[in-house]
Structures are given as C-alpha cells and as structure tokens.
Design a protein around this ligand. Sequence first.
Ligand SMILES: [Zn+2]
Length: 180
Amino acid sequence: MSEQKCQHGETTSGAERPYITSVSVHPFTDENPRAHGWVTYTQTCDDCGAERAVNANQGHAEFSPWGPSTAERRRREREAALTAAEKVRADAVRRGTPMLHQRRVRVEEARDDSARIDADGCFVTVPVSEIARCASAPDGGDGVDVLRRAGVHQPPAGSDRAAFYVAMLDQCRARAGATQ
Ligand SMILES: [Zn+2]
C-alpha cells in the first residue's frame, strides 16, 4: 500500500487541545513524559492523509504511530457495519427459507413496489415495504403481520416471524432482479 511507502514528509498540524494522556504505543513509538501535561494535536500527512497524535510541551514531543486518515477510518467503520448487517440478514435468510418451503409460501412475482405471494394456494398482492416492516419487527404484534392481516396465512411468531419475512424479502429481491 502507498500508505506504507510514504515518508510523511510534509504535514499539517491541527488545532491544539488540552493534554489528556500519553499517545505513545510501545513498541512503535516511545513514551516521552516530558511532552506530557500541556497540549495534544493531530498531525496530518499532506501526501497520503495519514494521521498521528502528538503531545507537545516546552519543545518536547511524543508521537502516536501513524494511522489511517479520518476518511479512511470512517470508510472502514462503515464497511464493518455493513458486513455485520449483511451477516445478520444472511443468517435470517438461512433460518427463514426452510420455513417458507415448509409452509408452501413463496413470492410468485415482485415488481415495482409490490409482491404477489402464493401462500399455500391463496394469492395476495402486498407492498414490499410491508414485508420489510414485518422483517424488521421481530417482536411486533400480529398487527404488522401482513399475511395474517390479509387472512391468507399464519406465519410463525416472534423472531421466527422476522426470519420468515426476511427470507420472503430476499425472494422479492431475487424475483424483481429476474424480471429486469
Ligand atoms: Zn504520508
């Protein structure tokens, strides 16, 4: 990565804030107690955007190791959050899909924002947003249960219900993708 090659020659120092604690990280940087007690600021590499924290006091300095830029850190956090959310969704699809099969419920067609559901031979067309609402309401009452409300099916309860609808939502996406 270019981040490792950069020598961080030209830097810009951010605003000073009151000293809180040592920023050194053994064995990458050395602690310097003489730099403690006054101010801390962030130094940003003008070339690659890497950042490090600096403690400064009366000409003494103590550094943290160079780390990713704020933008890069945010990007990694967002990516980690998305990965975690996707894992939760995939787990629910894995649990919910057999329930759909068992109960002979399937998405026959999904287009625009509505889906035609075959619930063991009973057909109903519902908004996809309603299915999404059921999928995100693990402990929701029967009021949010779109199939039950339509009187065509009685899906499982509790968190099983959410997984059931997450799997249905997954089928909606697959069907919608197939017709485009
Ligand atoms: Zn750099």
